[in-house]
Design a binder for this molecule. Structure first.
Ligand code: AMP
Ligand code: ZN
Length: 430
């Protein structure tokens, strides 16, 4: 099923022609109205008319997170403030936030992209979407909300947290679709499990959209199995509208990135050089349709690869892999590069492991993995725990190549976060 079949299945040739036309417009707009780009263009001695072919994008300057911060609050705006109808900010742990502006047209365009994603995964009029992302300055909930309304779906703006109320809403209004972070979905599963709720028997759920933080295929499997649903990966970032940038179709084999709205490049994060399809690198995105705040070559810091080949669903927009890591999440322990997702993948593949875990980095490059395990393993038989600890330690060691200390915890010991979970506590710099 398609929301905009002609554009979703457009030929590559026509798509590239459209991208080039929109790229030229975007570059002109950015250069005319945003002093940051004017300065950068003159420093590099380039002009908008130097963009003749798509590959000329490589001549353009990158935009970094720090540039958005440095130009906070209004510096990156390309239109009069009267034309702005919404402000969002991007989450960030340090310093000032980044201001993201939307014109009326931008809001509508972001909703169109979400509508494509929903229809692509079978959500349509008559479905009930329980939106469990945070409403407010964060883009996650509102952008999804507007897109779902566009399709004609009944949206429950539940927001995150208050798990008992969430369950009651699912029961009373027969929610079919969830929009939720993977960490909250795992938590929800453990609460339901403890209360004897079997979603397959007691609820009407059919699918869930999981995004906003990295998770592994193992976590997807765990959630699909418990809830008896299809889980689709959803990728986005506030700087590029929020959710709806790339989304899985029913093939569940990579996320179609809407290339009529964004140009994607994969670069080597060290050198900034473009990498070929199929190689892992940092995703760089250029907006093609944004009016209030066009952004050129934005360095997402997210490490992905483009999946080569056509998708069986018929869409021609290329797919990106699951986010392999964020370049700034990478941990270096005893000279070995480790992404927290590698640890997650191992843990979620072990049946006895419950939903919550934490990675603690300590002085002298020691790494401790604290992990909650199923209640029934605390049965008084110490050897069960010792065996499990050895199994987890060994599996982690073979994945990350350093031996962690593993601590087993009872369920409910670690803090639960409603938004993005904090998985890594770095005490090395404290
Ligand atoms: P925000 O600034 O709050 O919009 O967060 C955007 C960031 O969340 C992205 O740059 C990614 O690092 C992360 N993110 C969003 N969706 C996903 C996903 N499906 N998988 C992994 N990471 C994601
Ligand atoms: Zn597809």
């Amino acid at each position: 099923m398609f929301w905009q079949k002609d554009i979703e299945t457009i030929s590559r040739r026509a798509l590239e022609a459209l991208q080039l036309k929109r790229l030229k417009q975007t570059v002109r707009l950015a250069c005319k109205n945003i002093p940051f780009y004017q300065e950068n263009f003159s420093a590099l001695n380039i002009k908008p008319r130097d963009i003749i072919a798509l590959k000329d994008i490589q001549k353009l300057p990158f935009t970094a997170r720090e540039d958005l911060r440095a130009n906070y609050p209004f510096g990156m705006l390309a239109v009069d403030t009267e034309q702005v109808v919404r402000l969002h900010t991007s989450s960030g742990t340090t310093g000032k936030p980044k201001a993201i502006f939307f014109s009326k047209k931008d809001i509508s365009q972001a909703a169109e992209l979400i509508a494509r994603c929903l229809v692509m995964t079978g959500t349509t009029k008559g479905d009930v979407l329980q939106n469990m992302m945070t409403y407010g300055l964060f883009t996650g909930a509102l952008v999804m909300h507007y897109g779902a309304e566009k399709v004609g779906v009944l949206v429950i703006p539940a927001g995150p947290g208050n798990t008992q109320r969430q369950i009651a809403l699912m029961q009373d209004f027969k929610s079919t679709t969830l929009h939720i972070t993977p960490s909250y979905a795992l938590y929800l599963a453990s609460v339901m499990g403890n209360e004897g709720i079997d979603p397959k028997r007691d609820l009407s759920l059919r699918r869930a959209y999981l995004g906003s933080e990295p998770y592994s295929e193992e976590t997807r499997n765990k959630i699909e199995k418990f809830f008896g649903i299809d889980v689709y990966n959803s990728y986005g970032l506030s700087e590029m509208n929020g959710p709806g940038v790339a989304f899985e179709c029913m093939e569940k084999n990579g996320m179609h990135l809407w290339e009529d709205n964004f140009i994607m490049e994969i670069i080597d994060p060290e050198t900034g050089e473009n990498l070929p399809e199929g190689e892992k690198g940092e995703l760089v995105l250029t907006t093609l349709c944004r009016e209030a705040m066009p952004i050129l070559r934005y360095r997402t810091r997210d490490i992905v690869m483009i999946i080569p080949g056509r998708c069986a669903c018929g869409r021609t927009h290329r797919r990106i892999s699951r986010i392999i890591g964020r370049s700034d999440d990478m941990i270096i322990i005893r000279g070995v590069n480790i992404f927290p997702q590698q640890i997650e993948r191992v843990l979620m593949g072990i049946k006895a492991v419950a939903q919550n875990y934490q990675i603690v980095l300590e002085a002298y490059d020691r790494i401790t993995v604290r992990v909650e395990i199923s209640k029934d393993l605390f049965d008084g038989r110490v050897e069960h725990l010792v065996n499990l600890r050895n199994e987890i330690t060994e599996k982690l060691r073979s994945e990350i190549l350093v031996r962690p200390t593993v601590e087993l915890l009872e369920p409910g010991t670690l803090p639960v976060t409603e938004g993005k979970a904090t998985r890594v506590i770095d005490k090395r710099t404290l």
